[in-house]
Design a protein around this ligand. Structure first.
Ligand SMILES: NC(=O)c1ccc[n+]([C@@H]2O[C@H](COP(=O)([O-])OP(=O)(O)OC[C@H]3O[C@@H](n4cnc5c(N)ncnc54)[C@H](OP(=O)(O)O)[C@@H]3O)[C@@H](O)[C@H]2O)c1
Length: 288
């Protein structure tokens, strides 16, 4: 990865930070994104010290605002004329329904609309840098989910797992629709993955809203979760391995292709979601 430039969203913690470390060890130049500037500065200092790679920078943006996503894309474009890998990894789950700055259900906004818009805004740079890769951290939490086209903002019925599962299904459908648009005409690939059940700070933003019983249960089952390093293996594989050069549209787990549910292979739903997402982020009619 020497000479290659990688952006990792949510690279300041958990799976993203472990992936950043793995790519830093391979010599890539990294633009590590996170929401909290102090945590970002600490993460970058730690990554530089541990990897011995000085080419690591921090970029801040809160994905609950599409303006911040636009600002992040502009900052990335200003930092680098080329981009070899975009890892869309930042994600969260919300116990209580909340709205983004743009008035959208927060899980959908942070986990799907933000990477959808960021990818769109960086696509010209990725195309000009081909062969290049877009890797998105989805999840097996998509199993059982479907896209609620009649109530995408979940105004009628909200559950944290329901909203999260739908946003992770959106990641898989986004990857399929994107890969289809990029095939033949560009040297940009799009893949996504399930990292496994990983012991991270995921869910820590909800501590005030979770019952003590659920917290105790979660802390117990977390003992059986894998390390962030193990969780990051497939991210690093899809971002850097020659074995997946040219592979596009797939969903992976433990560095192997994995079939998503039928809902994750529904190309009509993928197209419909693509068009709705374009409207929601204000890029309807834009060329991909
Ligand atoms: N952990 C698991 O078992 C598991 C399983 C399947 C899939 N995943 C997926 O893996 C990805 C990474 O999760 P993780 O477990 O590593 O979680 P994590 O330790 O909580 O890290 C999440 C990262 O995303 C960033 N982030 C969260 N909310 C954000 C927002 N509103 N705006 C910008 N950045 C934000 C965080 O930045 P700050 O710290 O600065 O807020 C952090 O860098 C997520 O997409 C998640 O859905 C996780």
């Amino acid at each position: 990865m020497n000479g290659k430039v990688c952006v990792i969203t949510g690279g300041t913690d958990g799976i993203g930070k472990a992936a950043a470390y793995g790519l830093a060890m391979q010599g890539a130049r990294l633009l590590v994104h996170g929401r909290d500037p102090d945590k970002g500065a600490r993460a970058v200092a730690e990554l530089k010290a541990r990897s011995g790679n000085p080419a690591i920078e921090f970029l801040q943006a809160d994905f609950s605002s599409l303006d911040e996503v636009r600002r992040l894309a502009a900052a990335i474009t200003e930092c680098t004329p080329r981009l070899d890998v975009l890892v869309n990894n930042a994600g969260a789950m919300y116990v209580k329904r909340a709205l983004s700055k743009d008035g959208y259900e927060l899980t959908l906004a942070v986990n799907h609309l933000a990477p959808f818009l960021l990818t769109h805004l960086l696509l010209d740079t990725l195309k000009a840098s081909g062969p290049s890769r877009i890797v998105t951290t989805a999840s097996n939490a998509h199993r059982g989910a479907k896209i609620a086209f009649d109530d995408l903002q979940l105004t009628r019925k909200y559950s944290s797992m329901g909203a999260y599962g739908m946003s992770k299904l959106a990641n898989i459908l986004f990857t399929r629709a994107l890969a289809k648009r990029l095939q033949d005409v560009t040297r940009v690939t799009a893949t996504c993955l399930h990292p496994g059940f990983v012991r991270t700070n995921f869910g820590a933003n909800n501590t005030a809203d979770i019952s003590p019983l659920f917290k105790a249960l979660f802390s117990f089952i977390s003992r059986f979760a894998r390390t962030p390093e193990k969780g990051a293996e497939t991210v690093i594989y899809l971002a850097s391995s020659p074995q997946v050069e040219g592979a596009s549209g797939g969903y992976y787990h433990d560095c192997k292709p994995l079939r998503p549910t039928p809902a994750g292979e529904d190309d009509d739903a993928a197209e419909r979601l693509w068009h709705v997402s374009e409207q929601l982020v204000g890029i309807a009619g834009a060329q991909t």
